[in-house]
Ligand binder design. Structure first.
Ligand SMILES: [Zn+2]
Length: 615
């Protein structure tokens, strides 16, 4: 759609020119600051610059002077660039573990600064002690207010049904509100903080299911299709941290993930809960290696697309043959390693090592070939540590596509190939990959082929394939569903007989959650809020818990569904239309799990509802 927008100052958001101008504009400031203040960490984002200065209260710390000098530099830069710095929009916050942070105030060329107790940066409120209590409160408030305004808009203006509304709420709104959760996730370890968020989520579930606030959480959340708060928050923490780690370097991720700080511990636990290990997270980095620094003429690493008949092999080298195999039974890789001197003499009877690997059955042949090549580099790495290091390595393989990828390994998006790249990047021993004609009876290739077949028949060492960020995310979602589902089954013995009958598995509850608006009375029944006299009596809305038709019987759900004679005709009518095909007597379980699913039950309840309200 063509659109016009007139612009007088600056550049529009998203324009190609904007980041370029921003860089040239801000670079001088950032350069000067980082040169003169090596102790400072600078973070520049849109029109914000965050300057972090470490300080100590024990030593004679030059903090005060440093702040003053930084203000002077910024002031000079702003005058030179006609950029106005507003002292009102600049903040000075001291992050300090103790309850009483040192009090600093100063008059600088930028204006007068008094120390503040918190800083809102990128929508997250960092309090001076990093307890994040107010961040959590405002997050909970946001969830609530967004919930109400969206609910209103969804119902009145957009005519979105309740079921679809909660799907949108969980899928789009919650992640948005929780986007900074990795920063403050550890604050959730304290009960009051967790309660604040979990109450807001409970409210969401209550609104979605249109049940009363007294519905027990164990049934309320599944009925809304919402995972219990602890699981939901853990999932969000894990999902978000995967995104962050995939954008950091491997070493930065390693540092972050192994540090003992409370946020790192929390993130680690959230990932662990879903069986995602440190190695998996570091594995995704192979996708995002830094720009290649290997010069194109790097003497340590070469790829040859033709067969050289071992002409470049020297006696002190090691020679590998690798291959991949895929059969209907499985996928495998093989590597054979020989001394260069043996290969030069055509002697294949004295291998250094022969190895077979079994890959997941679904792995493509390319993966199998690439894994073979990767394993050759891993064996090479173990040989480098020998007392007399080898003069060079050669890997011979018959797959041109893999060779092409290895040639550009450092640019590769493929985890296995870029893993090879990171090895080659670091090796100090010459490493050459060569093509070898496949299935031409060349002995090294034949041996590698046999080893790969051994692997594809399931007899090799298991080699799980490194995950990409997206595959880890989908594993995480699967794991969430599993944990949630087994929690449901484990706690089922505590549930009411009706819940047990209706929802033997979590999937049954979730399928009702999907059709919540269609079966609203079943939902009320499950939440224990169907207006039987015993329920109404419990909330002081009825003078008696007894049935209005059968004075000696308590009017509860069991009585209403199965026994009360005043609904006999209704039962016969409805059951008559849904008799089991084999002529066996009909039970409630038939009604619920049979052909009519929850439809019959809902119809029954509608009639009862009408009867109750006609009195
Ligand atoms: Zn009755």
């Amino acid at each position: 759609m063509p659109a016009k927008h007139s612009l007088n100052l600056s550049t529009p958001q998203g324009a190609v020119l904007s980041p370029f101008l921003w860089n040239t504009f801000l670079d001088t400031l950032l350069d000067t600051l980082s040169l003169k203040h090596t102790e400072a960490t600078l973070i520049a984002w849109a029109d914000n610059v965050l300057i972090l200065l470490p300080f100590s209260t024990i030593k004679d710390d030059p903090l005060f002077d440093n702040i003053l000098d930084i203000c002077t530099i910024i002031n000079e830069w702003s005058q030179a660039n006609k950029a106005t710095i507003s002292a009102k929009k600049s903040h000075l916050v001291c992050f300090y573990r103790d309850k009483n942070p040192p009090n600093i105030s100063l008059t600088s060329p930028l204006g007068y600064f008094e120390m503040e107790l918190s800083l809102t940066f990128l929508g997250i409120e960092f309090d001076s002690q990093l307890l994040f209590a107010s961040q959590l409160t405002s997050t909970a408030k946001n969830i609530k207010s967004l919930l109400f305004s969206l609910k209103y808009a969804a119902r009145t203006a957009l005519k979105i049904p309740s079921g679809a509304f909660i799907t949108m709420f969980i899928g789009a709104v919650i992640p948005k509100v929780l986007y900074g959760i990795t920063c403050w996730s550890h604050a959730l370890n304290s009960t009051p903080n967790f309660t604040v968020i979990s109450q807001a989520l409970r409210l969401a579930a209550t609104i979605a299911t249109r049940t009363s606030v007294t519905t027990p959480s164990s049934i309320l959340f599944p009925l809304a299709g919402l995972p219990p708060p602890k699981l939901l928050l853990d999932k969000e923490i894990a999902l978000r941290s995967l995104t962050i780690f995939s954008q950091l370097s491997q070493s930065a991720s390693y540092q972050l993930l192994t540090s003992s700080t409370p946020p790192a511990t929390k993130i680690r636990n959230s990932l662990l809960q879903h069986n995602i290990l440190l190695a998996d997270v570091l594995g995704i980095h192979s996708n995002q290696l830094p720009a290649p620094t290997i010069p194109p003429d790097c003497k340590y690493f070469k790829v040859f697309m033709h067969f050289d008949n071992f002409k470049s092999v020297k006696p002190q080298d090691f020679v590998f043959f690798s291959d991949g195999s895929k059969t209907p039974l499985g996928t495998g890789s093989g590597v054979a390693c020989f001394h260069g001197s043996d290969i030069l003499q055509g002697n294949y009877s004295n291998p250094v090592t022969l190895q077979s690997f079994t890959l997941p059955i679904s792995s493509p042949i390319y993966q199998a070939e690439a894994t073979g090549a990767l394993e050759s580099t891993l064996i090479a790495a173990s040989l480098i540590t020998n007392p007399s290091p080898p003069s060079g390595f050669h890997t011979y393989l018959d797959n041109q596509a893999v060779l092409h990828s290895i040639h550009k390994a450092l640019y590769s998006q493929h985890p296995t190939i870029s893993h090879i790249g990171s090895f080659l990047h670091n090796t100090q021993v010459p490493f050459a990959f060569h093509w070898i004609p496949g299935h031409k009876g060349l002995q090294g290739n034949v041996i590698a082929d046999l080893l790969a077949n051994h692997g594809s028949s399931g007899l090799g060492k298991a080699r799980p394939i490194p995950h990409s960020k997206d595959s880890l995310k989908s594993l995480l979602r699967q794991s969430l569903k599993q944990i949630w589902s087994s929690n449901w089954t484990r706690n089922l013995h505590k549930a009411s007989p009706l819940t047990k009958l209706l929802f033997p598995s979590l999937n049954k509850v979730l399928s009702l959650a999907d059709k919540a608006s269609k079966y609203s009375l079943v939902l009320k029944l499950c939440a224990g809020q169907f207006p039987t006299n015993s329920y109404l009596f419990s909330i002081k809305q009825s003078p008696t818990p007894y049935c209005s038709h059968c004075p000696s019987k308590i009017d509860n759900i069991d009585h209403l569904l199965f026994h009360c004679p005043s609904y006999d005709h209704l039962r016969t009518d409805l059951i008559g239309t849904f008799s089991p095909p084999d002529g066996s007597p009909l039970t409630l379980s038939h009604i619920i799990h049979g052909k009519g699913d929850l439809k019959i039950l809902n119809l029954f309840l509608i009639h009862v509802w009408k009867t109750i309200h006609s009195h």
